[in-house]
Design a protein. Structure first.
Length: 160
């Protein structure tokens, strides 16, 4: 699962969550290279004719689009959510590619909720406290959010 509970004592619990990271840098190079080769393969039949120059911008645009989409996906993989549960305080820090967001709530008022319907995705997981509700693990799969909800609820119950 793309989250883990860090070793801690009974007074503090820390959770790290991150998106799935299935495409490595080497895999990125191979994928873009093979895609470019397969797109260029039909050009061999018309090599030397003016039609090549008509098709070339479209083929290059397709390769550039794939490149940019995979690069954005690579930047999104750098997201890290750090949840710290301490006596009296819960802190959620989301480290994104360009921004860092912090959320703090009193443990006494902290509520973890699993919205089975009505959220942007099934089993939408949120933390609520101090009149503010934040999403936790937006990048997790439906089953992973359910498992995290159970684990998080149990740890919060131990802390209260």
């Amino acid at each position: 699962m793309p989250y883990e509970w860090l070793p801690s004592d009974e007074n503090e619990h820390r959770l790290h969550a991150w998106p799935h990271r299935s495409l490595t840098q080497r895999g990125f190079v191979w994928f873009v290279g093979l895609t470019a080769a397969l797109i260029a393969l039909p050009l061999l039949a018309i090599l030397g004719s003016p039609v090549v120059w008509i098709l070339m911008p479209f083929l290059l645009a397709a390769i550039a689009g794939i490149w940019l989409a995979l690069r954005k996906n690579g930047r999104d993989r750098d997201i890290l959510e750090d949840l710290r549960l301490e006596p009296g305080k819960a802190t959620l820090t989301r480290h994104g590619p360009k921004v860092r967001r912090d959320w703090v709530a009193n443990m006494h008022w902290l509520r973890v909720t699993l919205h089975e319907t009505g959220g942007p995705v099934p089993n939408y997981l949120t933390l609520k406290g101090e009149n503010r509700e934040v999403e936790l693990g937006a990048f997790l799969s439906e089953e992973e959010r359910i498992d995290l909800y159970r684990e998080l609820s149990a740890r919060i119950a131990l802390m209260k």
